[in-house]
Structures are given as structure tokens and as C-alpha cells.
Design a protein around this ligand. Structure first.
Ligand SMILES: C[S@@+](CC[C@H](N)C(=O)[O-])C[C@H]1O[C@@H](n2cnc3c(N)ncnc32)[C@H](O)[C@@H]1O
Length: 214
């Protein structure tokens, strides 16, 4: 019923989170989305942006994935449904309210191929000692990438956590005040890894950075 009504007008449920403030689960044009006050977190344009990134990676050679910023889990849905990716995924999300929404509203829950870590990605990657073939960095609070995610300390740890032939997809910005810090960070990443591609205006909004190794 909600799906049908959503073709006429958006149907919204609000949940409050300590990290992101007011979150909305909205049925819109027959599809459920997770939004913060000003941004789409999951299952809308964000899902299309990350899908664009995944199309640039040879997933047949990827045996393990780390998602930093699980949100409602739309990139996990894309990997499983659109790319038939059945191998192991580790997902990190700081907000227990969002982990609960991912489960109850979008059916994203742990199984033998998905481990969900309720943790701060900055701390998780600092103490991580596993290597991943693909790391997806999608950390936002509303429209903003948190400051520590733009730090060289965070990126040294991310680069160290990828396997020697691994890739990174970084959903870097939506054109906010941190543009200059992001540009400096891109130069830093370029000095550390073999190949860095920067895609601007993906889905008319975001900058996506994809790194590849030799
Ligand atoms: C755009 S959403 C992620 C969407 C998700 N990748 C998907 O595919 O649906 C950004 C998420 O980053 C999470 N986040 C922000 N800072 C974080 C941190 N330091 N550690 C872990 N998660 C964080 C937010 O709680 C939010 O759920």
C-alpha cells in the first residue's frame, strides 16, 4: 500500500539518531530511501553513484570488500543483486540506529558472507590487520565528510588495509566547504598509489575517486 501511495506523494517515517539527527525513511516513486535532513544516505542517488564506481572495478578479481559507512546498506544490495557478488563483505557503521534501520527497513543483516561492525571507521581502520581487495569509503554526516576522514592518518591506514592489487572507491564530496581539503587529499593519495581517477559530477553531484594498483 505504501509503495502504491508513494507514486502519488512521498510517504515518510522519521527516526532520530544521535549522530545524524533526524533520519527519514521515505517511500518515493515505489522505492524506499534513507535520507538525512539534507542528503540521500541510501537507496536513491547515492546508490547510483556507488554503482557507477563499482562498474569501474573488475569485481571478478575481488575476493573481499570493506565498506566504511554502511548506512542503509544500498551498496551491499547493489553488489549482491546487480553484480552477483557473493563473496565476503565487512561493513562498518558508527550509528546503531542506522544498523537497525538497515535490518528492519531494508533487510540488510549479518550472515556468513556479511559481517557488520558497529564502530567508528577511523578507529576500525587504525587497528585493522586484514587486507581487502576493495575498500569503499562512504562516510558522511548529513552532507559533510567528517574531518578525520580527510586526514592523512586515516588514508595511510586505508591504503595499508588494501591488498597489493586492491582498489579503493571514495565518495569524496558533494561540493561543500571541504573542496580544498579534498583536492589536497587527492594529491596526497596520488603520491601513495599507482593510479587515481577522479570522476566529477557523478549523477550530477558527487566527486568519486577510484584508486587502482599495478
Ligand atoms: C552516505 S551514508 C552511507 C551509505 C551506504 N554506503 C550505502 O551504500 O547505503 C554515510 C554513513 O556514514 C556513517 N558514518 C559517518 N561517520 C562515520 C564514522 N566515523 N564511522 C562509521 N560510520 C560513519 C553515517 O552514520 C552514515 O550511515
Amino acid at each position: 500500500m505504501k509503495r502504491l501511495l508513494s507514486y502519488i506523494y512521498p510517504v515518510t517515517k522519521t527516526v532520530v539518531s544521535q549522530y545524524s539527527g533526524s533520519l527519514e525513511i521515505t517511500w518515493y516513486n515505489g522505492k524506499k530511501h534513507l535520507n538525512s535532513k539534507n542528503a540521500n544516505y541510501s537507496y536513491g542517488s547515492l546508490q547510483r553513484i556507488l554503482k557507477f564506481g563499482l562498474e569501474k572495478v573488475n569485481l571478478s578479481k575481488v575476493n573481499s570488500i570493506l565498506v566504511l559507512g554502511m548506512g542503509g546498506g544500498s551498496v551491499i544490495e547493489t553488489l549482491r543483486r546487480d553484480f552477483n557478488y557473493i563473496k565476503h563483505i565487512d561493513a562498518v557503521e558508527i550509528d546503531p540506529v542506522i544498523i537497525d534501520i538497515a535490518n528492519t527497513e531494508f533487510g540488510i543483516c549479518e550472515d556468513e558472507a556479511l559481517k557488520i561492525h558497529c564502530a567508528d571507521a577511523f578507529e576500525f581502520i587504525r587497528t585493522n590487520n586484514k587486507n581487502f581487495d576493495l575498500i569503499i569509503v562512504d562516510l558522511y554526516i548529513d552532507l559533510s565528510v567528517p574531518d578525520n576522514v580527510i586526514s592523512t592518518e586515516f588514508w595511510n591506514n586505508v591504503i595499508q588495509s588494501k591488498s597489493s592489487k586492491g582498489s579503493i572507491i571514495f565518495n569524496a564530496s558533494v561540493g561543500d566547504s571541504k573542496d580544498n581539503s579534498i583536492k589536497t587529499l587527492i594529491d596526497y593519495i596520488k603520491s601513495k598509489v599507482f593510479k587515481v581517477d577522479v570522476y566529477k559530477n557523478v549523477n550530477n553531484t558527487n566527486t568519486l575517486i577510484i584508486t587502482r594498483s599495478l
